[in-house]
Design a protein around this ligand. Structure first.
Ligand code: HEM
Length: 117
């Protein structure tokens, strides 16, 4: 029984580390977020992650935010060549949010496009 006026916290990060929720949770597998993958952002079928909250008060701007983020990342990949400048170490460090213990260093170079002028 949850007492009246109790504050209820969801352990959102733990959800992401739970092998009962995610297959091989610590593996870097971005393809799991492809359409048709094990990823459900709205939590309509089940709640496996909740970056935009869940339920009736879920972020109403999530579709706009996702469009913007996809557009932003797509442009970064389209306009720049990304190469690791050293060893890539995905070890985590908890701060206000979870950050990389050894920050990623990249070598960025612009993808030169043929000018139309
Ligand atoms: C990456 C971008 C964003 C993230 C991670 C995010 C995340 C969230 C989260 C976690 C909540 C609380 C949901 C809950 O209480 O269960 C929320 C609420 C809300 N968000 Fe977002 N949001 C984003 C972008 C946006 C955008 C672009 C808009 C508007 C254009 C927006 C408008 C709102 C509003 C109005 C609420 C309050 C909804 C309510 O209380 O009924 N958000 N958002």
């Amino acid at each position: 029984m949850i007492p009246k006026n109790a504050a209820v916290n969801f352990m959102v990060a733990e959800m992401g580390w739970d092998p009962q929720v995610w297959e091989d949770p610590m593996a870097f597998k971005p393809e799991r977020f492809l359409e048709g993958g094990e990823f459900d952002l709205t939590g309509s079928k089940e709640i496996k992650m909740m970056p935009f909250g869940a339920g009736r008060r879920m972020c109403p701007g999530y579709a706009l935010a996702m469009l913007h983020l996809e557009y932003f990342v797509a442009n970064l990949v389209w306009n720049f060549k990304w190469e690791a400048a050293g060893e890539v170490d995905l070890t985590e460090k908890p701060e206000f949010t979870v950050v990389m213990k050894h920050p990623l260093e990249v070598k960025l170079s612009p993808r030169v496009k043929a000018s139309s002028q």
